[in-house]
Design a protein around this ligand. Structure first.
Ligand SMILES: [Zn+2]
Length: 247
């Protein structure tokens, strides 16, 4: 039977530490908790890494976080050779916060890129150093300099980033909210989580379950490293941190 893990990161992406209880350890050594701050790999964002601290003082290094039988079951995958906790153990959770914060900045930057390039998304991947989004774009006139300039205008404006829940019916009435060409947001759960940018979501809103920073200013300096042609109408944009290197 799949467990339902309370996903604390959904309401507060800034929780770097928390306490939880071990619910089960599966036959592959994966640790399931009653609640967690560890984001599980999905939607192009990699899962979190960090530590589980046991009462006796031992710490278990978590190398990956994934979902189990259902999206609501979150499994903490220990690195090799770690102590094994028992069901019922109280544990302290600590994220590798510098890594997670980079992923939050990058993930938010990806949303900004979908504002600058309002085209159907065919793929995306968020990384600590480099993120990519593939768009179905018929015209090839975008330059990395122009896209970078418009991204940095959105960063400089320091727009708020927040979430809000809508119903399946509201989403069905606003099909334009969905930017992904192939991936549909989960339907039938009753509530869809929208990630909104700008006062009253004036800049953007789209369904997303990932972790984001509180305002676009926190994304910091980014640039488009490359725009690659992948197929006739597919363009792959790569986002990197820092200023654009001199040519
Ligand atoms: Zn997102």
């Amino acid at each position: 039977m799949a467990h339902v893990t309370q996903a604390l990161f959904r309401d507060d992406a800034y929780l770097g530490e928390a306490a939880a209880k071990v619910v089960a350890v599966n036959d592959r050594g994966g640790i399931i908790l009653d609640r967690t701050i560890f984001y599980a790999t999905s939607g192009g964002q990699p899962g979190d890494t960090g530590l589980l601290r046991l009462n006796g003082g031992d710490a278990i290094a978590i190398a990956a976080t994934i979902t189990g039988e259902t999206k609501d079951e979150i499994i903490h995958v220990p690195a090799l050779g770690q102590a094994v906790p028992l069901a019922g153990d109280e544990v302290g959770l600590a994220l590798d916060w510098p890594r997670r914060h980079l992923l939050m900045r990058m993930h938010t930057a990806c949303h900004l890129l979908t504002v600058v390039c309002p085209f159907p998304i065919t793929g995306a991947s968020v990384g600590e150093d480099d993120s990519r989004i593939d768009f179905d774009i018929p015209d090839a006139s975008f330059t990395k300099e122009e896209v970078t300039k418009r991204l940095m205008e959105l960063v400089a404006a320091d727009h708020p980033v927040f979430t809000r829940l809508i119903t399946d019916e509201e989403l069905a009435a606003n099909p334009g909210l969905v930017k992904s060409k192939n991936v549909r947001p989960p339907n039938g759960t009753g509530k869809i989580r929208l990630v909104c940018i700008g006062e009253n979501a004036v800049i953007d809103s789209q369904p997303c379950g990932g972790t984001h920073v509180r305002s676009t200013g926190e994304v910091g300096e980014i640039h488009i490293g490359k725009i690659e042609k992948k197929g006739r109408e597919n363009r792959r944009f790569r986002i990197r941190f820092g200023s654009m290197p001199a040519q």
